[in-house]
Structure formats: C-alpha cells, structure tokens
Design a protein around this ligand. Sequence first.
Ligand code: GAL
Length: 998
Amino acid sequence: MTGRYWESTLPGAGRRSPRADAVSDAAVQSLNGTWRFRLSPTAAGSGDGFLASDFDDSGWDEMRVPSHWVLEEFTPLAGGAARRMLGTEEGPLYTNTAYPIPLDPPYVSTENPTGDYRLVFDVPADFGAAVLRFQGVDSCAKVWLNGKELGWSMGSRLPFEFDAPVRAGRNVLAVRVHRWSAGTYLEDQDMWWLPGIFRDVELLARPSGAIDDHFVHADYDHVAGMGTLRVDASIDAVVEIPELGISMPAGQTATIAVEPWSADIPRLYRGTLRAAGETVELAIGFRRVEIIDGVLRANGSALTFRGVNRHEHHPDTGRTLDRETMIQDIVMMKRANIDSVRTSHYPPHPEFLRLCDEYGLWVVLEVDLETHGFIYEGWEHNPPALPEWRESIMDRLRRTVERDKNHPSIVVWSLANESMSGDGFTEMRRWLDDRDPSRVVLYERDPSYRDSDFYSLMYPSLELLESIGRHEEPRGGRLSMHGMVFGGADEPLPPGVTEAEETRRRGLPFLLVEYAHAMGNGPGGLQDYWRVFRSYDRLCGGFVWEWIDHGINDVDAEGRPFILQSEDIDYEPRGGRFSLDGLLFSDRTPKPSLAELAKAHEVIDIEVSPERVRIANARHTADTSDLRFRWSVEADGEQVASGVLEVSTIARGERVEIAIPDAAASALRGTDAVLTVEATLEAETLWAPEGHVIAWAQRVAEPEERGSREVPGAGAVSEVAGDVIRVGAAAFDADTGRLLRLGELPVDGPWIDLHRAPTENDRGQGDNNNIAAIWRATGLHRLRHRIDDVDLDGERLVVRGRTAPRTHPHGVTWTMTWQPDGDGLRLDTAVDFMGPWADTPFKHRDIWVPRLGLRFGLPAAADRVTWFGRGPGETYVDSVEGARVGRFESTIDALQTPYPIPEENGNHTQTRWLEVTGEGMPTLHVDGEPFDFTARRWTSEQLEEARRPTDLVAGDRVWLNLDHRQQGIGSASVGPALPEQYRVPREHTAWSVRLSVR
Ligand code: GAL
C-alpha cells in the first residue's frame, strides 16, 4: 500500500545526510519544552487538521518534550481523568526477545498508538537558514513545518535532520509519532518499548559558510611518541590547537609530539575548526587501536576492558536522561574501577560520549540494530539477510558512525546485537573499512565471525573461557551461549561457516560482550572471571550485564511506592523480570555487587604478606604518581596505628616490594587486628575526591584463643527439672530438646535449616539451571522436623533428630550436643544426608541444598548487630572479596538489601563473632568457626512468598540464622550453573558455635 511510510523497509525520506555531532557557535534554539499532544489508536492519528496554522489545539493534552508519552501523566486513549498509563497495554511494555507485534514484516497491526505533537514557536528575524534536528524519536516520525511536509524517519536512537524553511516570527511544527513501524523489526532489544520524542529537538542556524561535517583523524605512534592530526571538513576551514601550536587548513596533516588519550589519562587537546560562517569546538584525543598477533592493543599496549553494558535508563523518564544523570553514571563507573562501556544496544545521547572523552572510558559503540524476535520463525526473514532491508540497515550504521566518529573514547564499532547472520553485516563491514579504518569492529552473533575483528560470546562458563584463553576452545567456537552447551568437540562447523573462517576465528582476540548477569542478588564469581582474564593475552576483558535495573517508579493501590516490572502489566508476551538485572537499583543506589566488581577490576594489585607489601601496577597507561599508599591497623574495632607507605612511582607493568613498617607489624597483634593497605588518590580528580580508594588489601592477625569467661558462681550444672532441662545458663524443653532461654534471653530453636528464599539466579533461565523450582517441588521451603531423642548425658545435652521435606525419602539426620562452656554454651552440630537426594519428577536430577545451618527465634526487641568478619555489605561465598574484614555494626533493618523482587539477601559469610542487642534484652554473643549469618524480622519462607518489598512485615520474632555454610550466588539467571565449589556439599558435616549472653 502506498503512503504507509511507517511500514516501509526504507529508513526515511526528506532527511539531510548524516554528519558529525558538534558543539558550535552557530545559534541553536532548543524546541524542548511543553508541546501539545493528542494520542490516537491508529496510525491515522488525529487526521490532518493539526497541520493547519490556525488549528485550535487548546483542547489537547500537554506533553513534555523530550519524554516517552507512556511514562507521562496525561489523558489516556480511553478517556477519563489524566493519569500515567503504567500497568496497562497502552503504557510501557517490556519484552525480552519477543516482538510485541505479530511477526509480519514490514507490517504492523492497525492498533498502533500514534501521538500527534504540535508546537508553536517564534524564530527571531535574524536566525537565517535553519536545520531542524531530532536527536531521537521512537519509533517512526513524520514532520511538517508550517503545514509543509519535511519528511519522515525511523531509527529510534539516532538523529535525523531536515532543512527547515522557518519564517521570522510564528512557526508551527507538527510531528506524528507511531509506536510501531517497520523500524520496530530492527529494534528488538531486550528493554522497555517506550515511544515518543525522547531526545532533544533543536533548531540549528546554518549560516552560509557553516561547517556541515568534519572528521578528526588523530593517530598516535607509541614508538615515536608522536601524534598525527588531520581534520577533514566539508568546507574551507582552519584547525587551531593552541596548546600544540597548530594552525593549519583543514585537510592538512601535522605530526607532533603529544601525550596519548587513554581511559586512565584522557588527555584531550582542545581547539577549534573555524570556517567563514561557523566555528566548531575540537576535543582531540590521539590514540591508536589495533590488533597485533591476536591481541587488542591501544597505543601499543594490550587493552583489557573492565566494562559494563549500559542501557539508558531512569526510573521516571525511561531513556530520556539529563546530563547530570549521565555524569552520575560515569562518576559511579570510574569510582568502581570500570574503564569501559558497551552502549548496549544503541548509540546513547551524544552528550554521554563527550563525557566519556573527558572522564576517560573506552567505548564499544553499538548500532541500533537487533532482530532477535526472528528466532520465533527460524530466522527465515531476518532483515540483515534480506536485500529489501539493506538500505535501512546501512542507514543505521551511517547515522551512527557519522554522528560519533570524532570521539577518541570510541574504539570499537559493534554492528548489532543478537541479529544472527546475513550479508547485510558484510556490507556494513565493507562500508566501515572504507569510512573509518581507524577502529576495530565487533559482531558477536554470526558464527563465522567473518565481519568481526573479535571472536566473541556471551555468558560462557569459566572452563570455556579458560579454553578460549589457551586457544583450545572446541571447534566452531560457539559451544556455550548463556551457559548452555550446544555441541561437542567433533561437531561439524556451524552451518555456513567455512574451514578458512574457522581458522581465522581461532586467531582472533576474544571479547566477552556480556557476562555475570547481575539479576537480583548477584552476580557471584566475578573474581573468578577476572583471574581468567588476567591470565591470557587473547582475552580482552568483558562487559558485565548490566549497569542498571530498568524498573519504573510506580505507586500501589495503597499509595506505597514500588518498582514496576513486566509482571505488573496485564499484557502478553511479557519479558519476565529480566529488566531488573543491573549492578545498580533503578534509582541508582548501588547493589552490593558493585563493590565486588570494583575489587575484581582493581588495576593496582596489592598483596600483604607477614613481612612485605607487594604492589603491581596493571594500569593501561598511567604510572602511580597520582596515588598515595596508606596503611592502618584496626584492633577491636578501633584504629590503633596508621601511616603512609613510602612507595616510589611504579610505571605501568612494573611492581615493587616493600617491607611492612615496624609500627604496622607491631600493631598487628591481638584480638581482631587487621592491617589494611590502600592505594588512594592523592588529589581530587574530575570523578572522585582526594583520598578515594582505588585498591586495597588486608592482613588479618591470627585469632587468639578467646578462652571462655568463667563466671564466678555460675557452676556448670546440668539437670532435669520437670519439663525443663538446664544446661549451664540455658533452659531447654525436656520434650523437644529446644532451647527456651539462654540466661535471661528467651530463645526458640534452633532448627536445622536447609532452605533459602531463592534468588533470581537460583531460578536459572527457563528450565535451565532452575534449582529453585526443584527446591520448591521437593518442599525444601516446608521442612518437617522429627525429634528422636533428648538425652542428658552427664553435663551434656544430646538431642537427635531428622529434618526432611514432605513426600520425599531424603533428608538429614542430625545431632546437637550442648554443653556448658564458661558463661555460655557450646553447641556441636553434626549432620548426615540420608536418602538418594535425587528427585523422580525431575528425572532424578541431583538436588543440592542452598544452606546448612541453624535457625533461631529471638525476641522482636533485638535490633542491632555487631560482628567481626566481612562487611559492611552482604557477602556470599562467591562474592566476598570486595568486602573488608573488620568490626561492623548495623541495625537489623539495615542488614536487609531491598531487592525489588524479594529474595535471599543480607548474608555475612566468614563471620568470626556476632553480637545481637536490643532494648531491654541481654546481649547474645556468638562465636566459633567462621560462620554465615542472616538476621531478619521475617522468615526466609515469608521472604520467598513476598512479591514486593512492601509485602514484608515485621513479625514477633527476629529470625537469626547461624549457618555452617550458605551456597554462593553465581549468575545462572543467564549463565552457567553455580560452580560446584560454591555449593553446599552434601556430606557429613560437623561444626560448633558458642553462645552466651552478657
Ligand atoms: C543477552 C542480551 C541482552 C540481555 C541479556 C539477558 O542475550 O544481549 O540484551 O537480554 O541477554 O538479560
């Protein structure tokens, strides 16, 4: 059908050629602000009336521009009072891989919410020739100025411009935006579908003699230490870089001694490009990125990305971000030792890239292209493989590269995400080789990798990653995606892959575009990935999935705020909770995993042995002259000594060893003493204050024998007195062997505990690694306990029993032995696993338990804890190295990490001792072999049942778990199963704790 431009496989009409984004002295009039808006149910919009200059739009809604209309408050399609459309099919929709429209390319359903926007604006008489620029409209827009059609465009995260015949005085701009279009088929990224004019709209003056386009070529030769600069311009212009004494015509080349640009030292040379009618600012970074002998290098040295995948997200405004939020992201990244960003999965707002140049982040810039949903028809009509889509795909590439080509921070162009294969990629690659040979090119999903300079995968297991590092990966190279194994070593090559391509792939560097799925509590195992990355030159680092949760702020029926996610919306197909998988909560509060990542990413390696401190500088470019090394000793929670370590400047790649200062060595004695060595910033930087810690290491004094405190008069009497058995200071129920009181402290329990509220990572991906479903089906959340024997044996109370899930033959038998120990009691617990521990409904799959420990009920008055161990944040066996050892204090409420989907949280592993206090209750003291603890006002079963944090209400107890072990976190929500070493071994286990009250 003609005229249905929104269903065209072409990218647009009437637009100007793409060109460099630039900061210029030509006049700019922002058209952001309050526009008039009318939402209609079909692509016909409100009709043609709104084009007329005298159209009366006073009855229309007001709409903020830029914004996504689905997140704004206004009158909905169905009429009624103004409200946000959250929670309905008209509002924000989230899918992961599925298209929200029938798979019928290039057509879309007639139900196609369409927003007509209208703005009346004045233009000063002297404005001159003008260009109208839209920085981003989702998903297809047609534009009229003063009733005249300028054209239309698709490509949501890319700018488009029209020549704009504005007149002095009043002008009327009319824009029709369709939610669904042919462009939708090219934009199936895993994210919210958020229509609207969501980036800036500007009117740019284009005086005669203006610079339409320019291209900075700034190479760096690390051997000679020389930079080579050429700035091409679309018109005669002069390049001036005062600091370098450069003043030369555009198109000419200068070679000059410079400092290179890198993420650690983002050296920019500022200057101008001046033509008769316009001056454009230049921020030049000299650098060379290349692959030599299968190793990625920048300025001659190997480049390892310590990266994250960043979507643009704000919980109120979606992909409309202001500059402060962009800076906040960058500052938080730099402080967490993150040095690179993959702009998953589209070009970000151009300001973000200017900031990356300035603050120093390596950027993998991705084209706005993903066709993932074609998986549901077997990829038969995949757009990158079909000629009719070629123009649209090339348009997306050209608009990306032309806009962003002048940023030194961008070192890799990524052709697309998850769009399988097609000749379209080869054409993209060819165009890039011609237009910008200065950068390397990535495409992860085509198994031939013929258009990619990297071999790349997502979410491999550690074993596969190691084999890749050693160049020993199985044939075909794609055996593991999302942790699943697809083939064997003798498999034929993937279809369409030639032997020559396989040989070439084997020589490529490996870039891990996504790993460590940070969904809910997690990811665990970051340090393990980094141990592998550090070991092999072929591996050029990776990008954690992902930076931030994409939750949307909403309010429930009772007026309580909550984070809206896909399951809160009455709609199919939903994308599950995969929008909540970032290192930050939606409001940008860091999750505990950010500290773990910061530790894993450290580039100053500090190691403290009894006599020496070893410091290695693994930075890409910088030496350590910006750092100060401090030491301090804490004993019993107090700092007892501190000083500065005299360390001479360490060049990159070098290491030094120095003796531990005597003052530190002599202070590192006694109870709970810890020596900490830190590398800190000597002076404030753009992204952190003076003193910011970029690396640290500790040495903990060997624990001294605590000895039990003998309390005069409190003899170790054990006796049966009616219903009660007394053992030292404790009273037990004679029937159940359960603790009733410890001194004056009422205590209930302990029960053997084998369960935890599943984390998102425990739920695996689909049926893959869904250990939580097995726990549930086996009833681990409803354990039954049987007491077999309560026996007072001299002064020792021995309680024997069995704890097991309903229905099943397996369980554990256990013995708890209590005996007086000074002013307290020692409890020895021994557990044996009985039965097959494999489940028939699950085809005899092996069941592992998430926890092996003891659960106690304490009075609700309990409200503070103090402990010596890892802290202050939560820790698990596979995410603990980012937490320091020390003495920490917290309220019980503050121990809870508020994951938007309630799940296991707030654990503290490697705890040496713990105290629980509260108003009007004696203090409970626990010590023993290092243990895990959690304390909360609800049970882990209640935690599992809760849908939102607001469902969790304090009960009449505080539930304290003292666990021998809790399993790790992993990242199986999209990734491999939890490695064996982080599970709870199902074997005979015995451990001791000591309890006392003071
Ligand atoms: C990848 C994809 C991401 C995201 C992630 C899972 O396959 O590229 O966009 O969907 O998996 O959260």
